[in-house]
Write a protein that binds this ligand. Structure first.
Ligand SMILES: [Zn+2]
Length: 242
């Protein structure tokens, strides 16, 4: 079984604590995959094959400065994953359903990597914020949305059950990067042409909390389901039960 390790919590972001609190240096192993945010929410992070990428709000992608800090990141590695092929998947919800079915176990966190050819990807990134920070929901209103057709690349991420949603995004949280590292971001919508899925449930989940004055003094929001789903899902999608 794999282990998933998390730095920061989603309710610290919802609460507007955007300062980087964990140094990237030494945070992850080269055999891990991961996603997250940067100090002041400057772009979207995607980490795999030993390289940490930063998808900026202007749509450009660069190799991240790993001397920086993150307020929120999740990493894990596969131990005995299941692999299978996907073809002709139309939509984030359809993909989520297929990944859920492959897991079977929806009460443990899970890790996924999808390498393939995507007929369409829709992603977003966020502008670097300055103090005083607004809440995450206000920040997301100015997110930049990107779309590209016929992309070869990698999608990776994590799934968390709803009972952990104070700590993590409930459901699949996926980030994307094209093979040529010119396109990516937080995944909002997807159409899969053909892809290979690597997936595994985790039997342990380790949470690292910030040791900062802001965190010690914060009154962290708890009832955040609607805000998180509103901030992390496609803003144009129909309002569903979640
Ligand atoms: Zn994200």
């Amino acid at each position: 079984m794999s282990r998933i390790r998390q730095y920061g919590t989603i309710n610290t972001l919802i609460g507007g604590l955007f300062d980087g609190t964990f140094e990237f240096d030494g945070l992850f192993e080269s055999d891990e995959i991961g996603l997250g945010a940067f100090h002041a929410l400057d772009g979207e992070m995607i980490f795999f094959d030993g390289t940490c990428y930063q998808v900026l709000a202007d749509g450009s992608v660069r190799v991240a400065d790993t001397k920086g800090r993150t307020p929120y990141a999740t990493f894990g590695s596969f131990k005995e994953p299941r692999t299978f092929d996907l073809e002709g998947i139309d939509g984030f919800d359809v993909l989520s359903g297929r990944l859920d079915a492959a897991l079977g176990d929806l009460n443990r966190p899970a890790l996924v990597r999808v390498d393939g050819r995507f007929s369409r990807l829709k992603t977003r990134s966020i502008h670097s914020q300055s103090k005083p920070y607004q809440g995450f929901t206000a920040v997301v209103k100015s997110q930049e949305i990107f779309e590209r057709s016929e992309v070869e690349g990698t999608i990776l991420g994590v799934r968390f059950p709803e009972y952990l949603q104070v700590l993590q995004v409930a459901g699949w949280h996926l980030h994307a990067l094209s093979s040529d590292a010119t396109f990516g971001g937080h995944l909002l919508e997807i159409q899969v042409d053909v892809a290979r899925v690597t997936i595994e449930s985790a039997d342990s989940f380790e949470v690292h909390l910030p040791d900062t004055e802001a965190f010690r003094e914060a009154i962290l929001p708890i009832d955040i389901h609607a805000e998180v789903q509103g901030a992390e899902r496609d803003p144009t999608r129909s309002n569903e039960s979640d």
